[in-house]
Design a protein around this ligand. Sequence first.
Ligand SMILES: Cc1cc2nc3c(=O)[nH]c(=O)nc-3n(C[C@H](O)[C@H](O)[C@H](O)COP(=O)(O)O)c2cc1C
Length: 450
Amino acid sequence: MTAPRQMKLNAFIHATGHHVAAWRHPDAQADAGVNFEHYAQLAKTAEAAKFDALFLADTVAIRDGNIESASRTARYIVQFEPLTLLAGLAAVTERLGLIATASTTYNEPYHIARKFASLDHISEGRAGWNLVTSATEGEALNFSREKHLEHALRYERAREFAEVVTGLWDSYEDDAFPRDKAEGRFFDPDKLHVLNHAGKHFRVRGPLNTARSPQGRPVIVQAGSSEAGKQLAAETADVVFTAQQTLEEAQAFYADVKARAVAAGRSADAIKILPGVSPVVGRTRAEAQATFEKLQSLIHPVVGVSLLSSMIGGFDLSGYDLDGPVPDLPETNNGKSRQALLFGIAKRENLTIRGLYEWIAGARGHWTVVGSPEEIADQLQERFEQGGADGFNVMPPYLPGGLDDFVALVVPELRRRGLFRTEYEGRTLRENLGLPYPHHSAAGLAQAAE
Ligand SMILES: Cc1cc2nc3c(=O)[nH]c(=O)nc-3n(C[C@H](O)[C@H](O)[C@H](O)COP(=O)(O)O)c2cc1C
């Protein structure tokens, strides 16, 4: 008998929390960005609750375009480099998946292949790579560039980048290392594969100097929702993160990406779709509402306007009437889907500039739910059971309290409904996500030859 379908849950961690004013919450760990113990405790909390993974987002620049706003914000100002932090968290956890963002625009494939394969070995099969093309002009300035690469070119480079990384991960076959001291054979040369990649953006000979990792290949995650983003994800990602506000938008995105994956010759189950959700939970709805209003009251207008300006593509809104309508602005070269999503909210909800920045202050356009454990479980269950999600990227509004509340109040309710695991199914992130083991391409060839 097949096991009932259950939700996959990630803890999407931003140092002090996802709400733009999280660091000012009285219970938030304001020095979180440089506090390893804080992250270690969050990881242990997520593992004790049997979450699939902890995810660390990243950008390779601070957002100091508006220094007044930047000086009043904790997000992306100071934080650990994510892979370095995950290596530390691997040592204080055993089953929790460890997913980090790394940009294909501001990295080289050989480095990325090596770092994630190493993390997969260190964590005994729990590594995941969130492949992004980076979304801000500021990052280009830290890598000897005047401008951020064009959107289409970024994705073209990302596609080749992913191809090279997965090719390097197959440098050695699973059983390539006899380490036979008596015979003096360390590895079997027939099980070494030199990549010799030559493409438009990269020339990479290989092989990688890291053995094939416990998961075969670390899990690949993607978070792009534009046309190019969805197509790349459907062809190469194991997991897709996305921001979808309404059930209908979530269902449309889910059906679209799954259909593209099947059209690309994959099974629909081989790709898991995890929309973001920022749950503000209380024992009662009133308690949750009070927590939400507390956070909203801590938003400094300069920070709110600056957040909105960066999310809609870097257009400075500080000169506009905050209580006036959101202006029509041209399409951005930055995150296309996020800009479209925010303009959609403004139109649908008829919001002013202040109204829109207050709307996105909690989770930057991701779905925010405020309520009792039952009310939040109802909404997650609806999206999960009605073709909108395979699980969720849980975005605690402030930390550690926002994660502690979700784990203490919502997880037991999801379990009571049979919607979430009580024990891990396996040892690796792939096993717990229910993803197939990616056999070495040579093994496939050998089987084909039989
Ligand atoms: C859950 C989630 C996490 C993301 N994490 C990052 C990140 O860590 N770093 C980053 O530069 N972009 C991140 N992004 C942005 C995406 O990579 C991408 O730029 C954005 O979704 C726009 O994609 P598009 O241009 O394909 O529409 C994230 C997006 C989502 C939905």
